[in-house]
Write a protein that binds this ligand. Sequence first.
Ligand code: ADP
Length: 220
Amino acid sequence: MASHEFRTPLAAILSSVSLISKYTTEEQQPKRDKHISRIKSSVQNLTIILNDFLSLDKLEAGKVICLPEPFHLQKMCELVIDDISSLLKTNQKIAFDNGTEGLNVTWDRNLSRNILTNLLSNAIKYSDEGGTVHFSTAVSGKDIVVTVKDEGIGIPEEEQSHMFERFFRAKNATNLQGTGLGLNITKKHVELMGGTIAFSSVANEGSTFIVTLPQNCDQL
Ligand code: ADP
């Protein structure tokens, strides 16, 4: 599975590079731009897949621990949005509603970055061109609630109970690239930070993922 997952984006990069080398005139700039963004999104996909495989190994070996440090939550969210913007399809956008103005959280940077990246990249991947992914953060008592909502393909009701199982992929997702590892890892990362993850979804209408994390993970 790993070799298949790596080969697909690598093949896309190779074909875009070959095509770019054939576009030599100035009028062909839009074509070059199209292939450059395809290369960017393939590299970003490769990074996510590679991270998943590495995280899985580390989790299995019991080597992943939560190392909390204080940081500015809004900045972290903006960083992740910036990172994954190369995955956005035509006219697709992320609407970010920051409800934690100026707030510092004490979280593990890598774990929380992986969690956000996974949920946002899934929301992008499993929805169509032109859609909006709603990403919000809010304070709820001593917790922070992170919500990622999309208007995409959704998850068929009869398959929802398997969502966090390793290698699980819903029937309506098999024509899109994926490993079925991301959510399994995300759930473990959320739990390492003392939080919970939940979702609701209606097939063909969209999905909402809600992660609740203590504002200060060092006080667990
Ligand atoms: P991957 O995306 O690599 O298949 P994940 O573990 O992240 O793996 O997700 C597991 C499965 O859950 C996906 O294959 C898909 O069927 C479903 N899924 C996850 N997020 C969404 C979403 N936002 N919308 C629809 N289906 C989703």
